[in-house]
Ligand binder design. Structure first.
Ligand code: KG4
Ligand code: ZN
Length: 347
């Protein structure tokens, strides 16, 4: 079965056609980053207007790339939250219109749930390319087995979730202040490195010494996180040291190392405490090379299995929404036309 999925929760307009919950026939993503860059962050009003401009061409392109027409679609999925209300509204209205006119089920998907399901998409091309089409015979066996632990790290969220079954989640911990991606973006903005900060810091850190500055790793009790302290420590270091301040490369490498140490330690600890569970990584910060490598290494030491989606499925995309929607379809968990944006939806 084929699901047309839409994702417009933030600043990416994305449409995808996903077959049987794991085969990506197309996944088109239009980034608005150029329009927001000069403001150093996302301007919600600009985001929703840009979604309106491109949503129809993006849907058309996704269908064309999937070699499908509207008639081939069995259900329409869309992100309903969390996210920016104006942005979410554009995707929801488009999805409702398509569902209504085709008389096919509408499936509202939680954005965070979508991120988790990026781990269920066929990993046919781990070369960081968008894996498009073609049956991948072993893909189903590559899915994480329930229960597993999922670390969701994005610009808006940082949480550790125990995924018990399809649609059954228990949040073990979450950030008490900044999300990990938010901390990357804010540090980069303070250092005038550009926007979004995550990928820029990731790249620059490769030229720096991660041990140059020993930032305190905030290990709150349990599985909660806190990143604003590390961010403030970076700012204070710059403001207070003037001529003696460390090289930017060293600073960002040390900052990144501190954030990743906390993320990896808590995730591994959770996987062990819950009985040696597999670990899945999700969200935009899952694109971070240090996080990916360190998590893989530490998990290997502990003999834990790790699932990491290809880069294109870590940052916001509609394919992950299509994957989550497939399992909701099987449970007949459909939405009606009262589906509305939920800015702070949780899972
Ligand atoms: O999941 P996502 O695309 O959107 C949200 O739902 O927030 O995540 C975006 C976040 C941004 O904060 C961005 O800086 C961060 O993911 N990010 C990264 C990397 N690539 C994207 N952070 C660290 N390293 C990266 N390579
Ligand atoms: Zn996201």
């Amino acid at each position: 079965m084929k699901i047309l999925a839409l994702e417009t929760s933030c600043d990416e307009t994305s449409a995808a056609v996903v077959k049987d919950g794991n085969e990506v026939l197309s996944n088109v993503v239009a980034s608005q980053v150029e329009f927001h860059r000069k403001y150093g962050g996302i301007v919600p009003e600009i985001a929703s207007r840009k979604h309106i401009e491109v949503i129809n061409p993006i849907i058309k392109e996704a269908l064309e790339k999937a070699n499908a027409s509207f008639e081939d679609i069995d259900a329409v999925a869309v992100t309903y939250g969390p996210g920016l209300v104006g942005s979410l509204l554009v995707g929801i209205c488009a999805a409702k219109a398509i569902s209504w006119s085709l008389d096919k089920p509408l499936i509202g998907v939680n954005h965070l749930e979508g991120h988790i399901y990026a781990n269920f998409l066929a990993h046919q091309n781990s070369n960081n390319q968008i894996p498009i089409t073609k049956q991948f015979p072993n893909s189903k066996s590559q899915n994480p087995k329930f229960p597993f632990v999922c670390l969701i790290v994005s610009g808006g969220h940082t949480l550790l979730v125990l995924v018990k079954d399809h649609g059954k989640y228990q949040t073990l911990g979450h950030t008490r202040d900044d999300a990990a991606g938010e901390a990357f973006d804010k540090v980069a903005r303070f250092l005038n490195l550009g926007y979004p900060g995550g990928p820029i810091i990731d790249k620059l850190a490769k030229e720096g010494n991660p041990r140059a500055v020993d930032f305190t790793r905030p290990m709150l009790e349990g599985y909660d996180f806190s990143f604003s302290g590390i961010k403030t420590a970076v700012v204070n270091l710059i403001l207070k040291t003037e001529n003696r301040k460390p090289k930017t490369e060293d600073l960002v490498a040390s900052f990144q190392q501190a954030v990743v140490d906390v993320l990896v330690e808590k995730t591994i600890r959770a996987a062990k405490e819950y009985g040696g569970l597999s670990i899945a990584l999700a969200g935009g910060v899952a694109a971070n090379s240090l996080l990916r490598n360190q998590l893989k290494e530490k998990a290997k030491d502990e003999k834990l299995k790790v699932f990491i989606p290809p880069l294109a499925y870590c940052t916001d995309n509609a394919a992950m929404i299509g994957a989550a929607a497939f399992f909701k379809y099987q449970r007949k968990d459909f939405s009606d036309f009262s589906l509305s944006p939920l800015a702070s939806a949780s899972i």
